[in-house]
Design a protein around this ligand. Structure first.
Ligand code: A3P
Length: 324
């Protein structure tokens, strides 16, 4: 009798033990699965892929309807120092928008492009099927290889460009470089000395070149129809963010969700900051830096220099800006 009871008890112990091991095993497997899914490995490569773009983006994106990393449906391609950061952070207020938290440089850097589309996807945030993922890399706008590569990945990609009055943008870029130099203890010449050469505008200075939007933006029209490119007025984004964001919502096919109540003016910063109703946030201090006083004659020369390029840019994109 005792032996039967002992046998029964030991069988029961084995069954209970096995069940516990199975349950723990399943929990561990599940945890491992979610960890791997949610933690992309930035240094993973897909092994020198010659053409990282699949036949069909649809197929590439059809892994089910759950929370997962999706390729971007829209790109902010520039223009550096025009308010690209503000635009992205403000769009992030929208419930149907997910933003990549860093500039990925997938299309413009061969090293990243050769890592392949799966690598690119792994750099994206988790999103739901009704959400659009947006990535911002201002280096895309004037990269020769980028428009073609973007089209190869997704011919329906929505292209967002933010522009700003070109002379102010050039000074902003100068301040950006100057600050970086100062942080490294390196001296950097004055804006006047760099922007001018023998009394003429120095067309070779990178801050000047980047402000000639038409030179590189025209190329995007060879790869994307005009209605797939939306140009945000960076000066209006500063003075009246809601107006510009409403237009972007329409362009991206999003419901209207960002409103005046999402912004409050911060006197100390001199810019609008954001709120979702519970938390408040301004952009980081590197956005909205003080500009140096630039000689007014040079400013006038720069306006005159940029004017014909501005006219061409506005004609090409059929949009007017209130630039000097
Ligand atoms: P400045 O620092 O010259 O004022 P980017 O993000 O492309 O680098 O652009 C930086 C610029 O964004 C800033 O240039 C600033 O003028 C502009 N900007 C637009 N809206 C802003 C905001 N709400 N807060 C801070 N900067 C903003």
């Amino acid at each position: 009798m005792t032996t039967v009871t002992e046998k029964f008890l030991s069988t029961k112990k084995i069954i209970v033990g096995t069940l516990i091991v199975c349950v723990f095993g399943m929990i561990l497997v599940e945890k491992f699965y979610y960890y791997v899914r949610d933690h992309p490995c930035p240094d993973d490569t897909d092994g020198g892929v010659a053409n990282p773009v699949p036949q069909s983006l649809q197929a590439a994106n059809s892994h089910g309807d759950e929370l997962r990393r999706r390729l971007p449906g829209a790109l902010v391609i520039g223009i550096q120092k025009s308010g690209t950061g503000a635009l992205l952070k403000m769009l992030n207020l929208h419930p149907d928008v997910k933003i990549a938290l860093r500039e990925v440089h997938f299309f413009d850097l061969d090293e990243n492009y050769s890592r392949g589309m799966e690598w690119y996807r792994r750099q994206m945030p988790l999103s739901l099927p009704n959400q659009i993922t947006i990535e911002k890399t201002p280096g895309y706008c004037d990269s020769d290889v980028t428009p073609e590569r973007v089209r190869a990945l997704n011919p329906d990609m929505k292209i967002l460009v933010i522009v700003r009055e070109p002379t102010t943008r050039a000074i902003s870029q100068y301040v950006h470089i100057l600050t970086n130099m100062q942080q490294r203890g390196v001296t950097y010449d004055s804006f006047e000395n760099l922007a001018m050469k023998d009394g003429q505008v120095n067309a070779d200075y990178k801050c000047i070149k980047r402000s000639i939007y038409v030179t590189y933006m025209a190329r995007w029209l060879d790869f994307f129809p005009r209605n797939q490119i939306h140009i945000v007025n960076g000066d209006t984004l500063v003075s009246n963010p809601t107006t510009e964001l409403k237009k972007v919502e329409t362009f991206l096919g999003l419901k209207s969700a960002i409103s005046r109540s999402n912004f409050y003016f911060n006197k100390t910063r001199g810019f609008y900051c954001m709120t979702d109703g519970t938390t408040r946030a301004c952009l980081q201090r590197s956005k909205g830096r003080k500009h140096p006083e630039v000689n007014s004659t040079i400013i006038e020369q720069l306006h005159t220099y940029f004017r014909p390029y501005n006219t061409k840019f506005q004609e090409l994109f059929g949009q007017e800006f209130n630039w000097s």
